[in-house]
Design a protein around this ligand. Structure first.
Ligand code: RI2
Length: 300
C-alpha cells in the first residue's frame, strides 16, 4: 500500500475523521508526495484517490483541488524550485486553515453569554474551539452533548469539554427535545461537512432533527464552518451525495433492512446563522460569500 492509499483508507474507515481533519490529512498526504519529488502526474491520481475516500464532506475535495491549483501555479519551475515553493504554499494553506478556526472561535465565543447552556451534536473541532474560547474568556457555560450513534463521536466531544473544565452532560440522541426543555438549553452549535450555495447545511445525521427542535423551542441554531466547506457545486442540500455507511455499524436483525446514512440536510430556513472566519452571516450569505471569495457565480 502506498502512503496515499493508507491515508485514503484511514479517511474511509474514519480512523481520521471530522471534516477539517480529513481535509488537513489529504493536504499533508499530497505534501509528502511533493517532498518525495512528485509533481503534477503523481499528484493528480493521488488527489483523485483522496477525494473518493468520503463523499459528503466538501472540505476534502476543496482542499485537494486547492493544493492542485497551488501545484499547477508552480509547474513551470525547476524540480527543486517546484518542491520548495509547493511545500511552502501547502504550509501556507494549512496555516490559513488553523487561523480560520481561531477566528471562528473568537466570533462564536462572542455571541455566547455568561452562564448559558449550549448543546452540540457529534464532534466538531470548530465547535469545541468556540466552547473552549468562551470558557477561557471566563464565561461559566455548560455543555450538553449527544452520543451521535452509531459511532459515538459525541463521546469525544464530551470528554474534550469535560477535560477542559466545562461542566458537561451527555444525552442519547433521542433525548434532544427533552434536554432542550429540561436542561434549559439556550443555544445550539453544530459543525458542518458541506454548506450549500442556498445555505442548506450537510452535517452528521440527526442535525436536522435537532434544528427542528430548536425551531420549536425558539432558541438559536448556529452552524460553525470554515469557508473551505462552502460548496459552489452543491446548490442545495438535497443534491449532495449523502454517504451511507456499512450497516454493521448499526445492528443486524434477520429479514430487516438496515439503513445507515452518515449525514442529513438541515434546510437554511432552520439555521439562524453560519459562523465563518469571514464573520457571522445568515445562511443566505452562502451565495454572496462564494461569489466574493471564490469568484463563483450562477450562470444563465
Ligand atoms: P469539524 C463530522 O463528520 C461531523 O459531522 C462534524 O459536525 C463535522 O465532521 C465537522 O467537523 P464525521 O467525520 O470540521 O464524524 O468542525 O463523519 O471538526
Amino acid at each position: 500500500m502506498s502512503d496515499v492509499d493508507i491515508v485514503a483508507e484511514s479517511i474511509r474507515s474514519m480512523k481520521v475523521r471530522g471534516a477539517r481533519d480529513i481535509a488537513v490529512a489529504a493536504a499533508l498526504a499530497l505534501k509528502k508526495i511533493v517532498d518525495e519529488g512528485g509533481k503534477i502526474p503523481e499528484l493528480e491520481p493521488a488527489g483523485e484517490k483522496l477525494k473518493a475516500a468520503r463523499p459528503s464532506a466538501i472540505a476534502l475535495p476543496n482542499a485537494v483541488n486547492y493544493v492542485m491549483y497551488l501545484a499547477d501555479g508552480n509547474k513551470s519551475l525547476s524540480d527543486e524550485e517546484f518542491k520548495e515553493k509547493t511545500m511552502k504554499d501547502i504550509d501556507g494553506f494549512l496555516d490559513q486553515m488553523a487561523k480560520s478556526v481561531k477566528k471562528i472561535a473568537e466570533i462564536g465565543a462572542e455571541i455566547i453569554r455568561e452562564g448559558e447552556t449550549l448543546l452540540t451534536h457529534c464532534q466538531s473541532d470548530t465547535v469545541f474551539e468556540i466552547f473552549s474560547k468562551a470558557w477561557d474568556d471566563g464565561k461559566k457555560i455548560k455543555v450538553v452533548c449527544t452520543e451521535a450513534r452509531p459511532r459515538h463521536q459525541g463521546y469525544l466531544t464530551a470528554r474534550k469539554c469535560s477535560e477542559h473544565g466545562i461542566p458537561t452532560t451527555l444525552v442519547i440522541d433521542s433525548a434532544v427535545h427533552w434536554a432542550i426543555r429540561e436542561l434549559d438549553v439556550d443555544k445550539i452549535f453544530v459543525g458542518a461537512d458541506t454548506v450549500c450555495a442556498n445555505g442548506d447545511v450537510v452535517n452528521k445525521v440527526g442535525t436536522s432533527q435537532i434544528a427542528l427542535c430548536a425551531d420549536e423551542a425558539d432558541i438559536d441554531f448556529f452552524v460553525a464552518a470554515d469557508s473551505l466547506k462552502f460548496s459552489a457545486e452543491s446548490m442545495m442540500g438535497r443534491m449532495v451525495n449523502i454517504e451511507e455507511r456499512d450497516t454493521s455499524e448499526v445492528t443486524e436483525i434477520p429479514n430487516v433492512t438496515i439503513r445507515n446514512p452518515g449525514f442529513d440536510v438541515t434546510e437554511a430556513k432552520y439555521i439562524d446563522a453560519i459562523i465563518t472566519e469571514e464573520g457571522i452571516m445568515p445562511p443566505q450569505g452562502a451565495y454572496p460569500l462564494l461569489k466574493e471569495k471564490y469568484g463563483w457565480e450562477l450562470k444563465g
